[in-house]
Design a protein around this ligand. Structure first.
Ligand code: DGL
Length: 352
């Protein structure tokens, strides 16, 4: 009888362990560098080296991750995100889609610098071919800092990637307990921990120590429903330059962008996507030569619509709608893989 009882207890223990392990979602962390992987000499040192710490160190620094998910890590890059480039974007997109195609993977968490996080997240928002959660995070203080914000951001990021309710909301960004859509999030402050905002669109949700409250699902087209695909042999993206408008703006930089191979130009316009008359004349001229011009706004707020103070129909230009200049550049790069027809590109800007 005693042997039987021991056998039952051992079987129960094995079942508990295996069922607990079996119940945890599989989340893969893809690391690219940034401040979240940064290191300084002292906890109060404002200066630091970005991307100095590897993904395994980041995971080991948050032992509580194993309570919420079956986590593994891969190092995609180790760069400050000011150096983010097409090569890393394409490598990241291909790896995300490869992992999410596996039934064993429930979600992806990506650690990234905050400088260009709004661009990388929106790029993935447009080319990820799954509705499983893809969640990016970063930090404003290095991993070695007093009150480092990275560990809790990683914990919440993985919790969202493991959350079935995160599915179908597009690529998300978690920073400082806030859950943003990749479509709307922008960095608005050089050093503030709460540096990200989603403006008029607002948050998708919030996360408190890994427990999410959801507010909305973004309306625009994204991820599994997107028409944009990264081919296996895609090695580069079309060159698109952003030119900042200002008082007394010269047309020379527009000319220079076209001469240097830009296939598209985004104007970070004053007000509602405006620029000086000489600049507008030059943008229309290069449009006739096949360089697609998109009018966005340097204000980082509001919607830049067609034919308000200038006539886009006559100018052959595109209005960026809700997209700020950095996101308009991403959508224009992908649109140019399909067409250089301004009317077809405007349709993409109206829907994505
Ligand atoms: N070098 C910047 C970057 O990697 C630091 C900013 C940060 O990650 O918070 O984006």
């Amino acid at each position: 009888m005693k042997t039987y009882r021991i056998a039952v207890l051992v079987a129960a223990a094995v079942l508990c362990v295996s069922s607990a392990h079996a119940q945890k979602p599989k989340v893969v962390i893809l690391a690219t560098g940034g401040t979240i992987a940064g290191a300084a000499l002292k906890p109060t040192d404002p200066g630091y080296k970005s991307g100095a710490v590897g993904v395994d160190v980041l995971i080991d620094a948050v032992p509580q991750l194993k309570d919420i998910a079956d986590v593994s890590g891969e190092q995609i890059a180790s760069i400050g995100s000011q150096d983010m480039n097409d090569e890393v974007w394409l490598k990241l997109a291909k790896r995300v889609n490869e992992l999410l195609a596996s039934p064993d993977v429930d979600g992806i968490a990506i650690t990234h610098g905050t400088d260009t996080l709004e661009e990388t997240s929106y790029f993935l928002h447009l080319v990820t071919k799954s509705d499983k959660p893809v969640v990016l995070t970063g930090s404003m203080r290095p991993s070695t800092a007093m009150s480092a914000d990275g560990p809790l951001n990683i914990y919440n990021c993985v919790a969202i990637a493991a959350d079935p309710q995160a599915r179908g909301r597009g690529v998300l960004v978690l920073i400082d307990d806030d859950i943003h859509s990749a479509h709307d999030v922008i960095k608005r402050h050089t050093t503030d921990v709460a540096t990200f905002t989603s403006g008029e669109a607002g948050l998708v949700g919030v996360s408190l120590f890994g427990a999410q409250t959801w507010y909305r699902t973004p309306a625009q087209v994204h991820t599994a429903k997107s028409e944009f695909t990264i081919a296996a042999d895609q090695a580069t993206l079309p060159r698109v330059d952003i030119i900042y408008a200002h008082a007394n703006m010269s047309p020379d930089l527009i000319t220079a962008a076209a001469v240097n191979g830009a296939k598209g130009i985004v104007i970070a316009g004053v007000g509602d996507g405006n620029m000086t008359a000489p600049a507008w004349t030059e943008l229309q001229r290069v449009a006739k030569e096949g360089v697609v011009g998109v009018r966005s706004t340097r204000t980082n707020g509001g919607i830049t619509r067609r034919n308000i103070e200038v006539n886009d129909d006559q100018g052959g230009t595109v209005a960026s709608m809700e997209l700020n200049p950095s996101k308009a550049r991403v959508l224009l790069q992908l649109a140019l893989l399909k067409t250089s027809d301004a009317k077809k590109i405007q349709d993409y800007f109206n829907r994505y």
